[in-house]
Design a protein around this ligand. Structure first.
Ligand SMILES: [Zn+2]
Length: 299
């Protein structure tokens, strides 16, 4: 039987439920508001969406990605101010019970990183660093096929490395964090208040000076963050994933130039910087990835 798995992405705003094939393709997907204050309602919405999209296909498990830090047992969210109402709730087991298959839980940036590593821009990398932009800036690192975990079951708040020493204050309480410059909220606020990131990118493509300047600034901040992180993790490949990857040539050349200017010579020579290949699907694909190994990985 061809293995299929559910890939579920619980974000601060939206939740996605997908059926993912053994080759890492999304066969069906639903997207709905995460809601707030009610974990049981979220689990029920996930159950209903899963029932609609799986039909009669056999499902071997559910991979769940959630934004924020996890507890060491990886069965619940331990910290995310944007999903505080979900902290401590046994989300892995509640979803497992609801959809009647085994479930695993992962940090969303880790899931995106794993998706790209298995099926996208990270294939073949030995030391893979992935920067995932969105509401914030997530970071995942895979060394020799294994996700690094040392804080919150991921690499900590690595999106908050400093990219502009005199830069803007960050909601985290720091100053000049990469996330404070590259978050969707920040780019939109500076470039085109009230717009979406997609509209800012569109504006830049049409020559909008503020949009171009803001994306260039975000690219530089990403590159400086890459340089700082590369001195710790020594990646052979770095991918930019998430919403900002869609800006492509408006952001990646600036990111790569800043990276090469700031990183040491040895790292510079050995690293390639790429755009992630899976787009916004990376998270659901990566969430399901451990369940769809063609070598028959089991839970
Ligand atoms: Zn910060």
């Amino acid at each position: 039987v061809t293995p299929l798995a559910l890939g579920i992405d619980i974000g601060g705003t939206n939740t996605k439920v997908a059926v993912v094939s053994h080759s890492g393709e999304v066969a069906a997907i639903e997207n709905f508001r995460t809601g707030s204050e009610n974990p049981s309602a979220l689990v029920e919405n996930i159950r209903q969406a899963a029932a609609r999209i799986t039909g009669s296909n056999p499902i071997r498990g559910a991979g769940i990605a959630v934004a924020g830090f996890l507890n060491p047992a990886r069965d619940r969210l331990s910290y995310n101010p944007n999903l505080a109402w979900l902290e401590g709730f046994p989300v892995r087991d509640a979803i497992s019970d609801a959809v009647a298959v085994p479930a695993i839980l992962e940090v969303d940036s880790n899931a995106s990183t794993l998706g790209e590593y298995r099926f996208g821009g990270g294939r073949g990398s030995t030391r893979f660093l992935c920067l995932v932009s969105g509401t914030g800036l997530g970071v995942g690192v895979i060394v020799n096929g294994e996700l690094l975990r040392f804080m919150g079951e991921c690499v900590g708040d690595a999106g908050h490395v400093v990219a502009e020493p005199e830069g803007p204050e960050c909601p985290c309480g720091g100053r000049g964090c990469a996330e404070a410059i590259v978050s969707e909220r920040s780019i939109v606020a500076n470039a085109q208040s009230g717009a979406t990131l997609r509209e800012v990118i569109e504006s830049a493509r049409e020559g909008g000076a503020r949009a171009i300047a803001e994306l260039d600034r975000a690219g530089r901040a990403l590159g400086i963050a890459m340089a700082s992180l590369a001195q710790i993790f020594f990646p052979d490949r770095i991918a930019v994933a998430g919403g900002l990857a869609e800006a492509d040539n408006l952001i990646l050349p600036a990111a790569e130039a800043a990276f090469r200017r700031h990183v040491n010579a040895d790292s510079r020579a050995e690293v390639t910087v790429v755009k992630a290949a899976l787009g916004w699907q990376a998270t659901v694909i990566g969430a399901a990835a451990p369940l769809i190994s063609e070598t028959g990985a089991t839970l």
